[in-house]
Design a protein around this ligand. Sequence first.
Ligand code: GDP
Ligand code: IMO
Ligand code: MG
Length: 430
Amino acid sequence: MGTSVINIENKNLVIIGAQWGDEGKGKIVDAFAQNASGVVRFHGGNNAGHTLYRGEKKIVLHLIPSGILHGNVKCFIGNGVVVDPLALNKEIEFLEDNLIEIKGKLNISSGCPILLPTHILLDKAKESKKSNNIGTTVRGIGPCYEDKVSRRATLISDAYDDKNFLDKLNLQLDYHEFLLKNLYGHKDINRNEIQEKTLFYTKKILNLVSSSHDFFEKNGRGNLIFEGAQGALLDIDHGTYPFVTSSNCLPNYASIGSGCSPKLINECLGVFKAYTTRVGKGPFPTEINDINSKHMLEKGKEFGATTGRTRRCGWLDLVALKKVVELAGIDRLCITKIDVLTGLDELFICTGYKINDSVIKNFPDDINTLNKVQPIYKKFSGWKININNIRSYNNLPKEVINYIDFISKFLDIPINLISNGPKIDDLLIV
Ligand code: GDP
Ligand code: IMO
Ligand code: MG
C-alpha cells in the first residue's frame, strides 16, 4: 500500500479535526491505523460520520472507530462517547454483512451514557423551534449529554441487572415525558416499547464491554490512535458557542473520555481541509456563495455523511486555524481535499479579519464579535492539472506547493501529510 510508510513510531497519537468537522479525519485515522495497535473514540456519538473506502466501496462509520477495517487493530469506544444502542447494533450488523470482523476487536466502556429515543425526540422538538434552532444532526446528542451532566443518565453498566436498568430508565423517561409534553406539546411516549428495545439492544452489546484499565494495560504501550470527532471549533467550551456540539472535541479530552493517563498521549495531529466547510448554523467568516463555493460543493461532494445536508463552503481561514493550532497544541498538520481546488483560476486564504476599520489577527472569543468580522484575503494562483495520482511532493504543481508552504509558514507548523483523494492511498507524506 502506498501509505505504508506512515509510522507512528511507538507513539500514541491523537488525531483531531481542526475546523468545524468533516475534515477527512476518518480517512486519515484509517491510513494511520495500518501501523497502529488500536484506535479509540473518546467523545461525541453518532452525530459523527467518518468516511472510509475499500476499493470503490464506501463505508461510513458513526460510532465505531475508524481502525475497524484492519484485521489486527483493537478498537475502543471510551466513556466520553454517548451510545445509541440501536445505532451501534445497526453499525455492527452493517460491518458484519460486509465481512468485517467485529468480535475480539471492538471493545466498549461500561461507562458510556445510553442515548434513548426520547433524546432524539427532545433534540427534534428543540430544533423545530426557530428561536433556538442550531442545526444539530438531530441524533439526540445534546439532550443525552445534558442527562449525563445532570447525573440522570442510564449507563451501559446499568444493563448488568434488568431491574436496575428499567428502574433508572423509568426515572429518566418521567423527566423526558414531562419536558416533551409541557415544553413542546408532544403526545404520550410509548414507554414500554422504549424500555424493551433499549434493554434488548444494550444487552446485545454487553459482551463487548471491557474496562479502560484492561484495554490500556494491554494496548497502551504505543501505536494507539485517539480518534477525534467533530472539530475543534465545535468544542462545547472553546468553539463558536452556542453553535457547537455538546462534547469537548479538543485533544485534552482524549484521556478523560477514554480513561487513560494524559501522559499516555504523546502527540497531536490536526486535520484540516484545504478550504472550509460547516454544517448547521453559526458564524463562518469566510463563507462564500458563488461559483467557487459551487465548485467546492460539487467537486468535494460536500454533503453530510450523517444527515446528507449540504455543507456550507468557503475559503481557508488561517485566523481560525491558528487559534486551533495554539489551543489544541497541535504538533503537525494534515491537509485534505487539496485536489478539490484543482480547476479554480484563483484561490484565497484568509490571513486576518477587519472589524470596522481595525485589523485583528486573532480569532475572537465571543461570537458577537465574530459575527461582525470581514475576512482579509491573500490571493493565490490556481492550477489545472489533475493531482489525484501524484504521490511525491516534488511532483506537485508549483502553485500547490506555494499554497501549502504559505499555510505551513503562516502557522509555523509542519504539514506532514497531504491528502489528494478520498481513498486510503491518496496521500503524500512530506
Ligand atoms: P470526517 O468526518 O472528518 O471523517 O470527514 P467526512 O467523512 O464526514 O467527510 C470527508 C469527505 O471527504 C468524505 O466524503 C471523504 O471520502 C472525502 N475525502 C477525504 N479526504 C479527501 C481528499 O483528500 N480528497 C477528496 N476529494 N475527498 C476526500
Ligand atoms: P464529524 O465527526 C460536522 C454539528 C452539527 C451542528 C452542531 C451540533 O463527522 O466531523 P449535534 O448533533 O452535535 O448536537 O449538532 O454540530 N456537527 C457536525 N458537523 N461534522 C460532524 O462530525 C458533526 N457533528 C456535529 O451540524 O451544527
Ligand atoms: Mg463527518
